[in-house]
Design a protein around this ligand. Sequence first.
Ligand code: 5GP
Length: 190
Amino acid sequence: MQLLKERILKDGTVKPGSILKVDSFLNHQMDIPFINEIGKEFKNRFADSPITKILTIEASGIGIACIVAQYFGVPVVFAKKAQSLNLDGEMYTTKVQSFTHKKVYDVILSKKFLQPEDHVLIIDDFLANGCALQGLIEIVETAGATLEGAGIVIEKGFQHGGDALREKGIRVESLAIVDSMSDDSLTFRD
Ligand code: 5GP
């Protein structure tokens, strides 16, 4: 998505540890007209899929998923990262290795919000090693729902999580794939 690539080049910054910061427009401060364009793009790419639910993970996926969901006209459900008194009933749980926080955390979703008849589109801001996505995919599979694919805003292609998931036959649509980055240069996959 050209608009996204231009925005990353203009406003993104590279931090130590292969972290791309896009917090001025995507996952801290959020540029809503810009994210609306992202929503339209995902709707175009998954126009043929009978999506009934959008699944994401807290926290930074939620805002993006909500905007995307408006173009599909379906609910958003987000996996939570910790047990909370607000969670009741039966849950799906799995463990995920965090790329940004370097620790393993639990991912939890109430069973009542994901049913076998659901057709799920997973949305997230970043795809790096693919651990977050794999955790969400595991929950969809355990629920017996149909995974239509994953819509990722920025994939870091040099960390290969996306390639591994595509090799397994999962449809991963990333709006920008960064193939290399350093302090003063950043290249995209065509
Ligand atoms: P993965 O599980 O694919 O290794 O990492 C994906 C998760 O880590 C995303 O949900 C995102 O929150 C976070 N993440 C990974 N790489 C980056 C990055 O370069 N920048 C930011 N802002 N978040 C990242």
